[in-house]
Design a protein around this ligand. Structure first.
Ligand SMILES: NC(=O)c1ccc[n+]([C@@H]2O[C@H](COP(=O)([O-])OP(=O)(O)OC[C@H]3O[C@@H](n4cnc5c(N)ncnc54)[C@H](O)[C@@H]3O)[C@@H](O)[C@H]2O)c1
Length: 299
């Protein structure tokens, strides 16, 4: 039975995944090496829950007990020792994840499943860092995790039926919709489809066919997308897609997997989207989006 969940990484994904778990009734610890943002993250989560109380989707006592069930820590030993289920959402770098999986494998109880929220790395890239490859899978949330329903549950070659069944049941308890991949593949389902659209958008931009704004507008108004591919890259962080492609390119050696020139230039300049105030678009302090004067004009 799962009663205590450990989330690794208190970033954009980990903090909200932690809140999702706490809202569903689980005692939840969120571990990070960097404690400097714990205060700001806690305030942000509280504000989000306050808005839910205001719109009637959560009542005040449930908000208070969820916040009481959620803690932030830099003490991995203690947090892992009592975890029934681990969701790893640390920085998207394979050496970091392999180091964490090996460390947690030594600290967590034998029954504990080690799931990764990685967008790019598959179970077989992490399972052999542990002594429990049958209890390793992906549990891939979407951004923002408090809102998005889909969770992709990915089976690796050594993942057991029991691990998949437990992860699917947990996903449902969290109020999410599990989508199981019976075989691992980088990018899973939704992002593979999304990436095909993004690559085509970048192709059109880099070949001077249309501006960033025009391409986003076409996706929103013709295809019914809630936001265009460039707007979405700015929201999720341009570096996330860059590192995912870089890792795939390192593995395949196929140039079509490499990050595009325009994305590489943005990442090298630290222009990563909304989080750095500039990316495909520029953002005012209040988050208002503006076209970039140094890019082709927005339609
Ligand atoms: N951002 C997205 O849209 C999105 C969506 C789905 C999945 N993901 C995946 O979620 C994971 C996290 O992404 P994010 O956007 O939250 O990143 P982020 O940069 O916002 O947060 C990553 C956190 O990991 C922490 N960290 C780094 N090394 C660590 C270590 N050794 N131990 C503990 N914590 C460590 C960092 O301090 C940081 O707080 C990645 O694997 C990414 O692929 C991201």
């Amino acid at each position: 039975m799962i009663s205590t969940i450990l989330v690794i990484g208190a970033g954009a994904m980990g903090s909200q995944i932690g809140m999702v778990c706490a809202l569903a009734g689980y005692t939840t610890a969120v571990y990070d090496v960097d404690a400097s943002r714990f205060g700001e993250t806690t305030r942000d989560l509280r504000n989000r829950l306050d808005r839910r109380v205001s719109n009637g989707s959560v009542n005040a006592p449930d908000r208070d007990s969820a916040l009481a069930r959620l803690s932030f820590t830099t003490d991995l030993d203690t947090a892992a020792a009592s975890a029934d289920f681990v969701i790893e959402a640390a920085t998207e770098r394979l050496p970091i994840k392999r180091y964490l999986f090996a460390a947690i494998d030594k600290l967590a109880p034998a029954h504990t499943i080690l799931a990764t929220n990685s967008s790019g790395f598959v179970p077989s890239q992490l399972a052999d860092a542990t002594t429990r490859p049958d209890r390793v899978c992906n549990m891939h949330f979407f951004n923002p995790a408090l809102v998005m329903k889909c969770v992709e549950v990915v089976r690796g070659p050594q993942t057991s039926d029991d691990t998949i069944a437990t992860t699917v049941a947990l996903t449902e308890r969290l109020g999410k919709t599990p989508v199981v991949l019976d075989k691992e593949i980088p990018g899973f389902i939704a992002n593979r489809i999304l990436n095909a659209v993004r690559d085509e958008a970048i192709f059109l931009f880099e070949n001077d066919i249309a501006s960033v704004g025009a391409i986003d507008t076409a996706c929103r108004t013709a295809l019914g997308y809630p936001m265009g591919p460039f707007e979405l890259m700015d929201l999720t962080g341009i570096d996330i897609g860059y590192y995912t492609k870089q890792a795939r390119y390192t593995e395949s050696g196929d140039l079509k997997d490499a990050p595009s020139g325009s994305v590489t230039a943005l990442v090298e300049r630290g222009e990563l989207g909304r989080k750095s105030g500039i990316g495909w678009y520029a953002y005012d302090a209040d988050g208002t989006k503006k076209p970039r004067p140094d890019f082709r004009g927005e339609s």
